[in-house]
Design a protein around this ligand. Structure first.
Ligand SMILES: [Zn+2]
Ligand SMILES: [Zn+2]
Length: 235
């Protein structure tokens, strides 16, 4: 199953769970909350993927490593996080665009995303029990096309309607994120045959309109669309 524990600029944490394994996505909330979200049982966790160094995605990387969990990220992200190696027993695995990693039963292929940081990544993840999952957040657009995945977890941060009403500095920050309009164009250019659901993540707290985004994406694609909010579980 796919679980949303925390999403958005106040912290991101998601888990992909099978009967025997858990892959965690991001570590942008404090470690106590991460453990609580996993029912205080880390024994099934096979790894943790980090998209980029912003604190809302990477806050607890060091603590996750200290728990004995393997963490995967790009070299640029590692530099951006500035980890204090002395305290960690484990060194993060470095990922590159289009490389293939086996993490337990999960196969992970990272791809470049477009954001105001060093070397951000998104992930295409496959597991025999879960199918193919696309995970893309904090990216103002995607260069790759992703066809025929099973589940799409994708950022829908704001609508371009609000940009004109915002001060320039605020508009700039928003522009490093995926707008509703860009997401629509993106989904229109993909073959969505076989896609079971779309989960909208990292919706802006101040400038997002979750209900409208959900409705418009579901209408556009004809695919069951969910607002990614804490507590959402997809079986
Ligand atoms: Zn973020
Ligand atoms: Zn970010």
């Amino acid at each position: 199953m796919i679980k949303i524990h925390a999403t958005g600029s106040s912290g991101n944490f998601y888990s992909l769970e099978t009967s025997t394994e858990i892959l965690i996505l991001e570590a942008g909330i404090n470690i106590k909350k991460i453990k609580e979200a996993l029912d205080f049982d880390l024994s099934k966790v096979v790894g943790c993927l980090i998209t980029h160094e912003h604190k809302d995605h990477s806050k607890s990387v060091k603590e996750v490593l200290k728990c004995g969990i393997d963490v995967y990220m790009s070299e640029g992200t590692l530099k951006g996080i500035n980890l204090d190696y002395d305290y960690s027993h484990r060194i993060p695995y470095l990922l590159e665009h289009n490389s293939i990693s086996k993490i337990g039963g999960f196969t992970v292929v990272p791809f470049n995303t477009q954001h105001d940081v060093n070397e951000p990544l998104g992930f295409l993840i496959h597991h025999p029990e879960l199918g193919k999952i696309l995970f893309a957040t904090d990216t103002y657009y995607l260069k790759n096309r992703f066809n025929n995945v099973d589940h799409i977890l994708i950022e829908c941060n704001y609508s371009e309607d609000v940009i004109l009403q915002l001060p320039a500095w605020r508009a700039r920050t928003l522009k490093s994120h995926m707008s509703l309009e860009t997401l629509k164009e993106t989904l229109n250019s993909w073959d969505l045959t076989g896609v079971k659901d779309i989960i909208l993540i990292h919706i802006s707290h101040d400038n997002g309109e979750p209900d409208r985004f959900q409705k418009e994406i579901q209408e556009l694609t004809g695919i069951k669309t969910y607002i990614g909010e804490p507590g959402l579980i997809l079986e």
